[in-house]
Design a protein around this ligand. Structure first.
Ligand SMILES: [Zn+2]
Length: 78
């Protein structure tokens, strides 16, 4: 089996149950050997993007909570 992206041999990655091109790093799903699609790099990117979004949202929620807490402290009569 050859990589449609670069033409190098694709090796089976038994750990991840996928075919992986050692040359360009493309990952191909086992269940679609007839029409392999280079989803590996895209999946890795979207995973990273969603992780960044999740972290950003956590920071926004944390800051919002912190600001609300500080407003509550400073606005309350001593
Ligand atoms: Zn390749």
């Amino acid at each position: 089996m050859r990589c449609p992206n670069c033409g190098a041999n694709i090796l089976f990655d038994s750990q991840n149950q996928v075919f992986k091109c050692q040359y360009c790093g493309s990952i191909y799903a086992v269940d679609e050997p007839a029409a392999p699609s280079p989803l590996g790099q895209m999946t890795a990117k979207s995973k990273r993007t969603s992780a960044i979004i999740a972290i950003s949202m956590a920071i926004v929620i944390f800051v919002t909570g912190l600001v609300a807490f500080l407003i509550m402290i400073y606005s309350s009569p001593q």
